[in-house]
Design a protein around this ligand. Structure first.
Ligand code: IPD
Ligand code: CA
Ligand code: CA
Ligand code: CA
Length: 278
C-alpha cells in the first residue's frame, strides 16, 4: 500500500462518516413523499433522495480532500477517473427500486481507490443499522465484528445470489442458461436487489456467492474490497481482476467452490447453439 497508515485511517473514518450520514438522510427523507423519475425505463428509477444523498456525500468528501476524484452514479462526471490518484467510487442508494417499493433492502456504497488499488470499502444498510466495511490489509467487519470466511462451503451446500436484470439483453448474454445450469447444483438461489448489500452478505457468510453479468463500478467498488478482506474471491466471470472504474461482470464467493462455480458460469459454444435452436 502506497499510502501512510494515518491517511488510511482518515480515509476509513471519512468513508464511515459519509455512509452513516447518507443512510440517516435517506431514512429521514423516506418518511415524506419524494419524486421518482424514470432514467431509461420503468425499471430504472432515480429519486430526488438518490441525488440529494450523493450531493451531500460528494460535498463532504471534497471539503476534506479537494483534490480527490469522485465517480458517483448520480453525478455527471466529466473527465477520466484515472486522472486522479485517489478516487471515491460512490453509490448513494444501491437498490433504488427497493428503496421506493420496500423501504428496506437498500444500501449506501462508498469505496476509496488509490492508483487503482482498493483501500477502503463501506456498505451501510441504514434500515438495519448494519455497517459492513473493510480496509485493505486490515480485515473486514460488520459493525465491530470481524468477518472471516473460514467455513469451507461445497457448491451443493451454497446459497447463491444473482442480480439479474431480466431483460432481453440479459437473455442474449445467456443469463437464463447460467441460472438453468446452476439451479440443480446449488442449495438455493436468491435475488435481493442491492448488489452492494449482496456482496457484503457474501463477506458475512449470509450468502455463499454472488454473480452478475454486468454491474457498474459503483455497484461493486466497496463490496469487492469487503469480500476480499473477509477471505473471499472476487473476479469477473471469466476470472480476470475486476476493474475499479468501469462496468464489469462480477463473481464473488467462498473460495472453496470458486473454480467449480466458474465452470458453470462459462457458457460454451454448444450452450449458445442450443439456445439458438430453442
Ligand atoms: C442496481 C442494484 C441491483 C442490480 C442493478 C443495479 P441501483 O443498482 O444494485 O441489485 O441488479 O444492476 O443497477 O440502480 O439501484 O443503484
Ligand atoms: Ca440506478
Ligand atoms: Ca447501484
Ligand atoms: Ca444507485
Amino acid at each position: 500500500i502506497r499510502v501512510q497508515a494515518s491517511t488510511l485511517t482518515a480515509l476509513k473514518e471519512l468513508a464511515l462518516h459519509c455512509a452513516r450520514g447518507a443512510g440517516q438522510l435517506s431514512l429521514e427523507r423516506m418518511k415524506q413523499p419524494f419524486t421518482v423519475e424514470y432514467k431509461t425505463s420503468a425499471s430504472d428509477l432515480v429519486t430526488a433522495v438518490d441525488k440529494e444523498v450523493e450531493k451531500h456525500v460528494v460535498e463532504t468528501i471534497l471539503r476534506h480532500f479537494p483534490d480527490h476524484g469522485i465517480l458517483g452514479e448520480e453525478s455527471t462526471f466529466a473527465g477520466d477517473p484515472r486522472q486522479f490518484d485517489t478516487l471515491w467510487v460512490i453509490d448513494p442508494i444501491d437498490g433504488t427500486t427497493n428503496f421506493v417499493h420496500q423501504q428496506i433492502n437498500f444500501s449506501v456504497s462508498i469505496a476509496v481507490y488509490h492508483k487503482g488499488e482498493g483501500l477502503v470499502g463501506v456498505v451501510y444498510d441504514p434500515s438495519r443499522d448494519e455497517m459492513f466495511y473493510a480496509v485493505k490489509g486490515e480485515g473486514a467487519y460488520l459493525n465491530d465484528r470481524p468477518l472471516r470466511l473460514e467455513r469451507q462451503v461445497k457448491l451443493e451446500e451454497a446459497l447463491l445470489c444473482t442480480s439479474v436484470f431480466w431483460n432481453k439483453r440479459a437473455e442474449q448474454m445467456g443469463i437464463d442458461l447460467i441460472v438453468k445450469k446452476l439451479a440443480g447444483k446449488v442449495r438455493g438461489m436468491r435475488l435481493l436487489g442491492s448488489a452492494a448489500l449482496e456482496m457484503a452478505y457474501v463477506a458475512a457468510g449470509r450468502l455463499d456467492g454472488y454473480v452478475s453479468l454486468s454491474l457498474n463500478a459503483w455497484d461493486f467498488g466497496a463490496g469487492r474490497i469487503i469480500v476480499e478482506e473477509a477471505g473471499g474471491r472476487v473476479t469477473t466471470m471469466t476470472g480476470s481482476p475486476l476493474p475499479f472504474d468501469r462496468k464489469s461482470s462480477v463473481m464473488a464467493c467462498n473460495p472453496a467452490f470458486y473454480e467449480e462455480l466458474q465452470h458453470y458460469l462459462t457458457l460454451t459454444e454448444n450452450d449458445m447453439a442450443d439456445k439458438g435452436a430453442t
